[in-house]
Structures are given as structure tokens and as C-alpha cells.
Design a protein around this ligand. Structure first.
Ligand SMILES: NC(=O)c1ccc[n+]([C@@H]2O[C@H](COP(=O)([O-])OP(=O)(O)OC[C@H]3O[C@@H](n4cnc5c(N)ncnc54)[C@H](O)[C@@H]3O)[C@@H](O)[C@H]2O)c1
Length: 321
């Protein structure tokens, strides 16, 4: 892995993954690409290119022109947005993945890293301590596209010699770029509400338990799986990774310990509640721990402390009390 192209680089994860990759591999060796311009300032400080992943020629040309050996494929339409825009989600999530894989084979890439999601599971999956290898019958467009990505990634790895790796990320919590399209976004928005107004109205019900991860651990998971010794991997594009699990009421309680006047109300959004109810509570990540040494650093308390400190600084506000 010497020269890297990142698709969908302007999103929540790309905005933090690109700087981390540039710090490790050299700024000039990491090309941030997206289909909206300009890309956010977090990634536009280094090499950038316009790539719409639904267009094979744009993916292929960028790989050739930038002389990359690795693609981190982040371009995606996330869960709640995908349910509202099925055709767009199909084009980006299915055709985009297919274009990256085919261009990867055509250009003899060393590796494609494509994050999967807890959305690759469904209502029939055991939800507590979900095993790595289990029933996968998601009931969302996004989840179905993630199963497609995992299976195609495994197929290209074993049949076509393209090394495709991926982790099933849970909801990602971060303070630099706000998420907008997912089902777990409440766990970020709640901090904006807490800091700005001392209150938040949550779109999921108070006892909805979901797996979550703080951004530094997500970046570490993606870079570690990419850097793992391939000869030790039995899995490819479908590793469970776990960090913490909580409900909106547990997160609110953790925030209230630090901002005593914080208030939460609930106004359930049926679409996102239905999606959340189909997802696991907590993942068993033994396989990732054994095959490439996965270990998260942040639990709920460490994440809440760091979010309040950094987001408070970013918003220029002392937390509301
Ligand atoms: N954020 C999470 O909580 C989370 C959880 C699990 C998995 N993931 C996965 O991680 C990856 C990155 O997610 P994210 O949180 O950064 O999402 P995001 O929605 O913040 O970013 C996705 C990016 O893809 C770009 N994009 C959309 N259509 C495109 C196209 N046609 N061509 C090129 N780019 C296009 C968007 O402009 C955006 O910059 C995705 O595969 C997602 O499924 C994210």
C-alpha cells in the first residue's frame, strides 16, 4: 500500500480517514475523490480528484492517472437516505462497488478496502453478541447492498486475486463532520443539542440498543485491517468489529452526568426506528481480534468525555448547564 485513492472522501469517515492515511503514507500519496465539489477542507489540503463511482470510466481513469495501488471505497448512500432514494442507492452502492472491483482487477490493484455495516444483518440475525458468520437477511436497500459488497469482496479475493477487505462498522460517532443520512446519527446530534441548548429530541425510542464506535477506533479498524498480514486472514470483506453498545437513554444519562441540566425528549421516526429494530444490539468480534488483533480504545465514558471536549471547542461554547 503505497499510493491510495479514497472514494466518497468528503463524508463523515473520509474527512478523518484521509488525514490519517496522509499522516501515515505521505500527503502526496493519498488522493481524495468525491462527486461533489469542493471537498471539505479536511481533505482538500492534499491531492484531490472528481470521481463519480457510478461511472466506470471515471473510476478507471482516476486509478490510472493517479497511479494508485489501493482504493479505500467509502462512497455510499447510507441507510435512511437509501430507503428514500432506492434508485440512487442502487446505483451508488451496487454499481459503484462493482465499478471499483472491476477497475481494481483491470488495473491489478493490490487492495480494495470497502467498509461494510451492521446493516448487513437483519431481523432474523441473533441480535445479542451477533456471531461473525450468521444469518444475513437484511430488510433494507442499504443492508442488502452491504451483503452484496461483502460477498463480492470475498468472491474477488478468492476467485480473482484482488485483495478486498472490510469491517462491519457500527454507528460512528464523531465531532468533525456531522452525519446526515444514517439511523445512528442521533448519537452525534445529541451532543450538538446538549452543547448548544442543553436539550435534544431523539428520533429513536429510549430503549433502542445499538452497537456504536468512536471515530478514532473506526479509523484504526479500517487501517489495521488493510495493514494486516494477508496470510493470517481467513475472512476478507466481512469482519465484525465491536466497541460499545448503548441506548438513547443510557447515552443521555452519560451526558447528564457531565451536563446536569441536560434534557432528552423522544419523537420516534418510524422509518429509522424500523431500521434500528432490524439491527443487532452488540457484535461478537472474536474473529477480528484473532485474525488481525482488533481492539477498540474508546468505551462510552471515554467517548462522551472526548466528544464534549472537542465538539464544545469546535462550537466555541461552554457546555449548556
Ligand atoms: N457513518 C457510519 O455510521 C457508518 C456505519 C457503518 C458503515 N459505514 C460505511 O462507511 C462508508 C463511509 O460512510 P460515511 O459515514 O463517510 O458516509 P457519508 O454519507 O458521510 O459519506 C459518503 C460519501 O459518498 C459520497 N458519494 C455519494 N454518491 C457518490 C458517487 N456517486 N460518487 C462518489 N461519491 C459519492 C458522498 O458525497 C459522501 O461524501 C460507507 O461505505 C458506509 O456505508 C458508515
Amino acid at each position: 500500500m503505497k499510493r491510495i485513492l479514497v472514494t466518497g472522501a468528503g463524508g463523515q469517515i473520509g474527512s478523518e480517514l484521509v488525514p490519517a492515511l496522509r499522516a501515515r503514507y505521505g500527503s502526496e500519496n493519498v488522493i481524495a475523490t468525491g462527486h461533489v465539489s469542493p471537498l471539505p477542507e479536511e481533505v482538500s489540503a492534499g491531492p484531490c480528484a472528481y470521481v463519480d463511482v457510478t461511472k466506470y470510466s471515471q473510476v478507471d481513469d482516476a486509478i490510472k492517472e493517479c497511479r494508485v495501488d489501493t482504493v479505500f471505497h467509502l462512497a455510499s448512500v447510507l441507510s435512511a437516505l437509501a430507503e428514500r432514494n432506492r434508485r440512487d442507492a442502487y446505483d451508488v452502492n451496487f454499481n459503484g462497488m462493482n465499478n471499483v472491483l472491476e477497475a481494481g482487477v483491470a488495473n491489478r490493484l493490490d487492495m480494495v478496502v470497502a467498509p461494510s455495516s451492521i446493516a448487513a444483518f437483519g431481523p432474523e440475525t441473533p441480535s445479542d453478541n451477533t456471531p461473525n458468520d450468521t444469518v444475513q437477511k437484511p430488510n433494507t436497500v442499504y443492508g442488502i447492498s452491504k451483503v452484496f459488497s461483502e460477498l463480492m469482496g470475498n468472491y474477488y479475493s478468492t476467485k480473482l486475486g484482488l485483495d478486498v477487505r472490510g469491517v462491519r462498522l457500527p454507528g460512528i460517532i464523531s465531532w468533525k463532520v456531522e452525519p446526515t443520512a444514517g439511523t445512528t446519527d442521533y448519537a452525534v446530534a445529541i451532543f450538538y443539542g446538549a452543547i448548544r441548548e442543553g436539550r435534544y429530541t431523539c428520533f429513536l425510542s429510549p430503549e433502542t440498543r445499538l452497537p456504536m464506535m468512536y471515530m478514532p477506533d473506526a479509523i484504526s479498524a479500517l487501517m489495521s485491517v488493510a495493514e494486516a498480514d494477508g496470510s493470517l486472514l481467513k475472512h476478507h470483506a466481512d469482519f465484525n468489529v465491536n466497541a460499545m453498545s448503548f441506548t438513547p437513554s443510557e447515552l443521555a444519562a452519560a451526558i447528564r452526568e457531565r451536563i446536569p441540566g441536560f434534557e432528552i425528549a423522544y419523537q420516534v421516526d418510524e422509518l429509522r426506528q424500523g431500521i434500528a429494530d432490524s439491527w443487532p444490539d452488540k457484535l461478537d468480534d472474536t474473529v477480528a481480534r484473532e485474525e488481525w488483533g482488533w481492539a477498540p480504545r474508546y468505551d462510552l465514558d471515554a467517548m462522551v468525555d472526548d466528544m464534549l471536549e472537542n465538539l464544545g471547542r469546535k462550537l466555541g461554547a461552554a457546555p449548556a448547564v
